[in-house]
Structures are given as structure tokens and as C-alpha cells.
Design a protein around this ligand. Structure first.
Ligand code: HMG
Ligand code: MG
Length: 313
């Protein structure tokens, strides 16, 4: 007889949640977010049991003004030695700035679409990979871990459909360059579960699933279903943002990431370990939402406000 849950296949026993709220979440805020607020937000996230918190970006302040305070943010947060605080770096200039403040992990980012990559970083995919070679070398000298992102893994705001084989090819290049983990980004939140599985299955032929992460923006309400579909394939690293913050300034119409607290609730229900405390995550979500002057976009955050009798809309 089938036990309840058997239809779900073999799910990972443990999932690494990668919190990207302070970076992906805040990079897209239209109004300047005070540096002290970012610092307090990250410090609260550090209290939640998360083991990876993407903190900021050492990118050009002309391209992303919201991340111009990267140095101050990173040097002021209370860093817990058990937590990785990765930062985005687009080039050697960014990596040097990151090394100066003592990072242990960085992330490079490219895409499966040339048009998007040019809009986002002013170079084609191939040129970006060439740009990463010296980044990887310098990172290795400093014994830093490097994560790689592939944006537009399920579709591009400019080119439309993206072939899974293209995503797989870019992921392989990042892996060969030395990225220990590759995060596959549905930048505009266009994918559905079957498309997500087809894409991840294609990438798994080039990079072992243990080294893959998924990164879903929730534009069309598919993000949790997409995560579930990828867990069923063995993916055990998932990016998310508390309060469902997020978006890319160079991907028009993209909404926030899958909400960390909603994701954690689902993982707990599936009996998957994360080491993260739901209450503390919700507290961090309400803290940043309150500071930004709007209710959280997460379901659990909104429920908490309702319980407190506070307005949700
Ligand atoms: P560029 O203008 O071609 O750069 O931009 P450049 O090398 O020609 O340099 C121009 C000027 O910028 C120079 O200064 C450089 O020193 C300076 P000047 O001589 O004019 O005074 N510069 C820098 N300053 C500080 N930090 C740096 C840096 N690099 C150059 N690192 C560049 C190219 C890549 C720098 C630019 O396009 C850029 O910064 N892009 C970042 C865009 C970005 O951050 N997008 C959002 C993150 S990606 C994302 O959200 C997707 C993701 O979440 C996954 C998903 O959802 O799919 C990760
Ligand atoms: Mg993103």
C-alpha cells in the first residue's frame, strides 16, 4: 500500500536555505535603504539559524546605487563564524573591494541569455566568463569559495524562451571555472514546475545535483511549486528572501524571490531539516517590512500581522 507522501519521490533529508534578502531583496528597492537598517536586518537574520546569508554586492554603484554601501555593511555586521556571508562580485574590481573587508565567499553572475547579460553587466555571456577567469584565480589565492549564478534559466525578459541545453552549457562553464555551487535563477519568475524539472534535468547531465541550487522569483505564484519539483530531483539548496523581497533592476517586471518563511514552512511540513527557526525568520521579515513601510509579501508574514490585528494591505 502507498503511504501518504510516497508520491513525492525521494526528497532530500536536509536543505540548505540561502537567504538572499539583503542583496537580491534590497538591490531592487526604489528608495535608498539606510545602511544601519541593512546591518540590523542582517544581524537579525544571523540569529535565525540560517547558515548562508548573501549580504550585499560589490558592483558598480552607478549601476546599482542601492548597493553602494557594500563596504560599510559588510564591515559592520556582527559576523558569526559559523555563517557564510557571500557577496556578489562582477569583476576583479569588485573582488578586491570584497577581499579588503574580509569576505570568505563571493558569487559571480552570468546568464543563459546574451541580451540580459549585456543589460545587466555590459558584456556577453562569453565575455563574462572570460572576465571571471582572473576573479577565480584571485579568489583561489585568497582561499575564497565562489558560487556561480545563471540568470534567465527559465526565460529571458528580452529573448523569451531559453533552451535547457543553453543553461546546462553555461552551468558547466561556471563549474569548470571552479564554482563550487551553481544557482539556477528564474530571474523573471516565468517558469512552471515541469519546465523547472526539464531545465534542472538538463543541467544535471553536466553538473552533479549536489552542487546545484535553485533561485525562483515568484512573479506568477509558481515559486514554491517549482521548488518542490526541484526537490523531487534531489536539489538540496534553495535561495529565498524573507518577506519575498527581491528583483533585478535589469529585469523589468520581475517580482520578489520565493519567501523564506513560506519556504521553511513547506520544508518543515515535508520533514526536511534546515536548522532554521521559523519564528525568528518571521521576526526578521516583519522587521524589514516595517522598516520599508509596507507589509511583507510572504503569506506567513501577513498571517502574523493579521494575528496581531495589524493591517495587511
Ligand atoms: P561597466 O560600466 O562596463 O564597467 O560596468 P567598467 O569596467 O567599464 O568600469 C566603469 C567604471 O565603473 C569605472 O570607474 C570602474 O572603476 C567602475 P571610472 O573609471 O569610470 O571612475 N567599476 C566598479 N566600481 C565599483 N565596483 C565594481 C566596479 N566595476 C567597475 N565592481 C559592471 C560593468 C559589471 C561593473 C556593471 O555592469 C555592474 O556593476 N553591473 C551589476 C548589475 C547588478 O548588480 N545586477 C543585479 C545583480 S544580478 C541579479 O540580480 C540576478 C540574480 O539574483 C539571479 C537571478 O535572479 O537570476 C543573481
Ligand atoms: Mg534574483
Amino acid at each position: 500500500m502507498m503511504r501518504s507522501g510516497d508520491f513525492m519521490g525521494e526528497l532530500p533529508k536536509r536543505v540548505k536555505m540561502v537567504e538572499v534578502g539583503p542583496r537580491d531583496g534590497l538591490q531592487n528597492e526604489p528608495n535608498p535603504v539606510p545602511t544601519e537598517l541593512k546591518i540590523e536586518f542582517i544581524n537579525r537574520l544571523s540569529q535565525s539559524g540560517l547558515r548562508t546569508i548573501e549580504t550585499t554586492s560589490f558592483v558598480s554603484p552607478r549601476w546599482v546605487p542601492q548597493m553602494a554601501d557594500a563596504t560599510e555593511v559588510f564591515s559592520t555586521i556582527e559576523r558569526n563564524p559559523d555563517i557564510y556571508y557571500p557577496v556578489l562580485v562582477p569583476n576583479v574590481t569588485g573582488l578586491k573591494r570584497a577581499i579588503d573587508v574580509g569576505v570568505r565567499e563571493v558569487a559571480v553572475f552570468t546568464a543563459a541569455s546574451d541580451t540580459f547579460n549585456c543589460r545587466n553587466t555590459n558584456v556577453t555571456i562569453e565575455e563574462s566568463l572570460e572576465r571571471f577567469a582572473p576573479v577565480m584565480e584571485l579568489a583561489a589565492e585568497h582561499e575564497l569559495r565562489v558560487r556561480g549564478y545563471v540568470s534567465c534559466a527559465l526565460g529571458c525578459p528580452y529573448e523569451g524562451d531559453i533552451a535547457p541545453s543553453k543553461v546546462a552549457a553555461v552551468a558547466r562553464e561556471l563549474s569548470e571555472l571552479g564554482c563550487y555551487e551553481i544557482s539556477l535563477g528564474d530571474t523573471i519568475g516565468i517558469g512552471t514546475p515541469a519546465a523547472a524539472q526539464r531545465m534542472v534535468e538538463a543541467v544535471m547531465t553536466e553538473v552533479p545535483v549536489e552542487r546545484l541550487a535553485v533561485h525562483f522569483h515568484d512573479t506568477r505564484g509558481q515559486a514554491l511549486a517549482n521548488v518542490m519539483a526541484c526537490l523531487q530531483l534531489g536539489v538540496a539548496t534553495v535561495d529565498s528572501s524573507v518577506a519575498a523581497l527581491g528583483g533585478c533592476p535589469y529585469a523589468n517586471g520581475a517580482r520578489g524571490n520565493v519567501a523564506s518563511e513560506d519556504l521553511l514552512y513547506m520544508l518543515q511540513g515535508l520533514g526536511i531539516e534546515t536548522g532554521v527557526d521559523l519564528e525568528r525568520l518571521i521576526d526578521a521579515s516583519l522587521f524589514i517590512s516595517d522598516a520599508l513601510g509596507r507589509p511583507p509579501s510572504s503569506r506567513l508574514g501577513q498571517l502574523r500581522l493579521e494575528e496581531r490585528g495589524e493591517p495587511v494591505h
